[in-house]
Design a protein around this ligand. Structure first.
Ligand code: TEU
Length: 539
């Protein structure tokens, strides 16, 4: 398998609007990212993924772009961006930007022109039809919005304010390729590509028999031709890294996007866990990992994440964010950094930050949640019941401000934060964590150091054991004569198991654990504490 710098890298995601505010407007900004770069560097991460900061009316927090070649004032200026890029490179890290080209904002000049008349030269920069079908969008009951002026519908996979670009139009593709080169020529190191498998649409937009299953939005004929053309016309001319956000994909299709011989993307995020597992399901998680390992290993590279700006914080969703918050944060860190694939750290994950639960819909900002709330109460459902049903998976749960210290607003802003700070910031904050050598932060730092010292974490073959065990996840990674055993008790109860002889008598040393070492060497039986994680060197 080809060894590359990005396969050996760890990515840190900066949701800048919630990271650090330096001008007191209540939003984080790029200057704030600059001022906290030493904190990020201190973890040992290699790549920073910066969420969109381009010109935008901000209906979907920057994922509705109205000017691809500018920086939105909330975030700062182009000079600040260029300073940030320089400072990231000066520290030996790389910066990838979010590429959002499935759709633009409805305030983008292209759409304003396209919408103005049926014979405008930019009309078919977007998708217009006289009739609509029965498809849902991610954020609305229909993917079609009627324009009374031209008496046609336009297509949107997300919000009404996010019209989809028409990728079948070569002029659109050329516009995007020119924009990509604008940023790559500035020296950025690649892109995280937003829902990049949605670019191609089904011919004729046929009705769906199951409109609630919106997978008709993705993986349509033509998508690989578009991505290969993007690779040939843009990406292959730069030494860059690309990760595709690819919902609705299985491993066999995944290889088509990131196969090393495909000339498309380098790696991908799939959503089999985060879009379909509301809570931890060990059986399902083990099955997903097995299928993706068998489907991709040796052909294409996978990515591992369990939270981001769209998905609630992992200790709240999958672990325990009260009694065993620190142990479960460290356990999931061990999982993400020892499974096959690139680990992604979402800002605050390294502090063991928890998902928020605000008391009222007015406290929430996310257009997805607000649209869904409105849609459901318009059906006559009880507002409080609808609100409570949306709480667990609201995207705002992970978008609350980074908790820097125990001062007002967690040291995030001197102004009024755009979204409330999680009230537990007095207990969970960077200042406190950095003073505690046993904190989650230093555990992440150690995992990242291990990754740099031991290629087995990156390139080692993966083999599972105790497959039927409901609490314990056990697997080895082997590269040449180096073999590690990972033992994880993903539960808040003690767990016991009998290890197969090939493992039980092979323990050499404990590489890392999140408890004072309690497991006797060469033990036939395993006795693990709640959320106990162990990495052993064996052989
Ligand atoms: O998210 C794509 C998307 O909506 C799903 O893949 C995601 O898992 C879902 O929202 C979870 O509920 C991307 C961006 O990450 C998201 O912030 C944007 O809102 C969206 O695209 C539209 O650009």
């Amino acid at each position: 398998m080809k060894k590359t710098w990005w396969k050996e890298s760890v990515v840190y995601q900066v949701y800048w609007r919630s990271f650090y505010d330096t001008d007191g407007d209540g939003y984080g900004d790029l200057e704030g990212v600059i001022q906290k770069l030493d904190y990020i560097k201190g973890l040992g991460v290699d790549i920073i993924w910066l969420n969109p900061c381009y010109g935008s009316p901000d209906v979907d927090n920057g994922y509705d772009i109205s000017d691809y070649r500018s920086i939105m004032p909330k975030a700062g200026t182009m000079d600040t961006f260029e300073q940030l890029l320089k400072e990231v490179h000066d520290r030996g890290m790389k910066l990838i930007m979010d590429l959002v080209v499935n759709h633009t904002s409805n305030q983008h000049p292209w759409f304003i022109e396209s919408k103005s008349s049926k014979d405008n030269p930019k009309r078919d920069y977007y998708i217009w039809r006289r009739t609509k079908n029965n498809w849902r969008s991610y954020f609305t009951p229909s993917t079609w919005e009627f324009d009374p002026k031209t008496e046609e519908y336009y297509f949107h996979s997300f919000a009404v304010e996010q019209p989809d670009l028409n990728w079948a139009n070569p002029k659109v593709r050329e516009e995007i390729y020119r924009m990509m080169k604008f940023w790559l020529d500035k020296g950025i190191d690649g892109f995280r590509m937003d829902v990049i498998n949605l670019l191609a649409k089904q011919d004729g937009f046929p009705d769906s028999e199951t409109p609630e299953d919106i997978s008709y939005l993705g993986n349509n004929p033509g998508i690989h031709e578009y991505l290969h053309e993007m690779h040939e016309k843009v990406l292959k001319h730069y030494d860059v890294f690309t990760v595709g956000e690819i919902p609705f994909v299985n491993p066999e299709d995944g290889v088509l996007y990131v196969g090393e011989d495909r000339g498309e993307l380098d790696t991908l995020f799939h959503f089999e866990v985060c879009d379909y597992m509301a809570h931890w399901d060990m059986k399902r998680f083990k099955e997903i990992q097995k299928r993706w390992y068998e489907g991709m290993w040796g052909k294409g590279w996978n990515s591992q994440f369990l939270n981001n700006h769209d998905h609630t914080r992992l200790v709240t969703r999958f672990g325990n964010d009260t009694v065993f918050r620190v142990e479960s944060a460290k356990l999931f860190a061990t999982l993400l950094h020892t499974l096959p694939g690139m680990p992604y750290i979402y800002q605050g994950e390294e502090l063991g930050m928890t998902g928020v639960r605000f008391p009222s819909i007015e406290d929430y900002n996310d257009i997805a949640m607000k649209n869904k709330f409105k849609e459901e109460i318009e059906k006559g459902r009880d507002p409080q019941e609808v609100f409570e049903s949306l709480l667990h998976l609201s995207r705002d749960n992970s978008r609350t401000p980074m908790q820097w210290d125990d001062s007002e607003n967690a040291g995030f802003t001197s102004g009024s934060p755009w979204i409330k700070v999680n009230p537990n910031y007095t207990e969970i904050n960077a200042a406190k964590v950095l003073e505690d050598s046993g904190s989650v932060y230093y555990y992440y730092k150690k995992l990242i150091e291990l990754r740099k010292e031991h290629e087995v974490m990156v390139y080692g073959d993966y083999e599972t054991f105790l497959e039927e065990h409901k609490q314990i996840y056990a697997y080895t990674r082997q590269l040449g004569d180096k073999k590690w055993l990972v033992l994880l008790n993903v539960s808040e109860e003690k767990a016991e198991a009998a290890l197969p002889d090939e493992l039980a008598y092979a323990f050499k040393e404990v590489i890392l654990t999140n408890y004072p070492h309690v497991q006797a060497e060469n033990a036939k039986g395993l006795a693990l504490e709640p959320y106990h994680a162990l990495i052993y060197q064996i052989e």
